[in-house]
Design a protein around this ligand. Structure first.
Ligand code: SF4
Length: 390
């Protein structure tokens, strides 16, 4: 790294620690200038992240409460009626189903219950239904609630806020300039108005984008600054997951395919333009970052996982292991389920103690193996090479 680049990064670190954004030309350099070495950039973004969030990684889970049959034509979305993607569509779930799912999420380590409705925006009846669900999830389970429900006016946002909704998720998705390329049935202004209505109703905002929908670097930078104008505290950065049957399914940025290095630069851009915001790695994490996922924890401080935290053998457990292995801390605001605590303690203990060999020869990572062996009255399995214990 040249002295100039080092000085530039030092300046960005100082600005970021003070909550200030890099300038627009600097933002452009972050994504477009290969002379800015990626590792130096990640280190700078990581220092800004640490100044505001330490080494914590927040884990989020999403729960669809209604899927498919949406009249809008968002080209990236399989739930649109205009998409030919084969998805499982279902009606809005009942209050009993939603509360039961929230209970299960709580039992599995969630502190926040994030509900997602497909559709342009909820009807009055749907607002009443969701308000009743939110009130019950809050009062009975004590979970924080987050809702993604499409376009809202201030009246509907207030009804949800009055029911106890904590946060509305509504992504800007892309720039105003590029918006028509991805959707023609509503506008960028409609999205901005929904954010304004939610803010006026006193709701926390969560708003981000989808990267890789054929936009330019300038579009990307526009979104980063629009979110800063709104002082959005939580920014999910999704990367387009190409789905056959969707109109937008190329995953390109500035005319080039997304690469893990570019994904990391994009995350650094959002960190350095929005230093104090929660930057969350959203959809496409595994597919677009591949083996570089752990590096993304330096600019980003939260991520989405599929499935429940305690599901054995799930990708979620692997994600938790990645966080610990990279020297970060898993953060759950709620009570930690004992099993998850044990799992994390076991990972932190490190070494081969976290592994065992199953009778099939498969490596398993499960602290319950001793209980299993004791229950079966068996000696722990031994790893053998050509029949010889090692
Ligand atoms: S409004 Fe939402 S559910 Fe409907 S097509 Fe657009 S992104 Fe998909």
């Amino acid at each position: 790294m040249s002295w100039t680049a080092a000085a530039l990064l030092d300046r960005w670190i100082d600005a970021g620690r003070a909550g200030e954004a890099v300038g627009r030309d600097e933002a452009r350099a972050i994504v477009a200038d290969d002379r800015l070495a990626l590792l130096g950039l990640i280190e700078a973004a990581g220092q800004v992240r640490e100044a505001h969030f330490g080494r914590d990684v927040l884990i989020h889970q999403l729960h669809n409460v209604q899927s498919g049959a949406c009249p809008e034509d968002c080209g990236y979305c399989g739930q649109s009626q205009h998409s030919e993607a084969p998805i499982q569509a279902y009606r809005l779930k009942s209050r009993e189903e939603i509360v039961a799912e929230a209970q299960r999420a709580k039992d599995n380590g969630a502190y926040r219950y994030c509900m997602v409705l497909s559709g342009r925006g909820p009807s009055d009846e749907e607002i009443d239904h969701m308000a009743a669900c939110i009130a019950e999830v809050k009062s009975r389970l004590g979970l924080r609630t987050c809702l993604s429900a499409g376009l809202l006016d201030e009246g509907k946002a207030r009804r949800l806020a009055d029911a106890g909704l904590d946060r509305l998720n509504h992504n800007l998705n892309t720039s105003e300039r590029h918006y028509e390329q991805i959707c023609t049935t509503h506008t960028f202004a409609d999205r901005v108005n929904t954010l304004a209505a939610a803010r006026a109703a006193g709701l926390d905002l969560c708003s981000g984008l989808i990267v890789g929908m054929g936009e330019s670097f300038e579009d990307l930078i526009d979104v980063a600054y629009r979110l800063r104008e709104f002082a959005v505290p939580s920014i999910p950065v999704n990367f387009l997951v190409p789905i056959p049957g969707n109109r937008v399914n190329d995953a390109t940025l500035q005319g080039r395919p997304l690469t893990p290095q570019m994904v990391l630069r994009v995350l650094c851009l959002f960190r350095l333009v929005n230093p104090t915001a929660e930057i969350r790695i959203g959809a496409g994490r595994e597919g677009h970052l591949r083996s570089m996922q752990a590096l993304a924890l330096h600019p980003a401080n939260s991520l989405f996982v599929d499935g429940y935290l305690l599901t054995r053998g799930s990708a979620t457990r692997d994600t938790i292991a990645m966080i610990i292995d990279a020297g970060f801390e898993v953060r759950l605001d709620g009570a930690w389920p004992a099993e998850l605590e044990q799992f994390v303690a076991q990972l932190k203990a490190g070494g081969s103690g976290a592994f065992d060999i199953d009778h099939s020869g498969e490596v398993i990572r499960d602290d319950r193996r001793r209980q299993r062996n004791a229950r079966l009255g068996e000696a722990p399995a031994t790893l053998r090479v050509n029949g010889t214990p090692i």
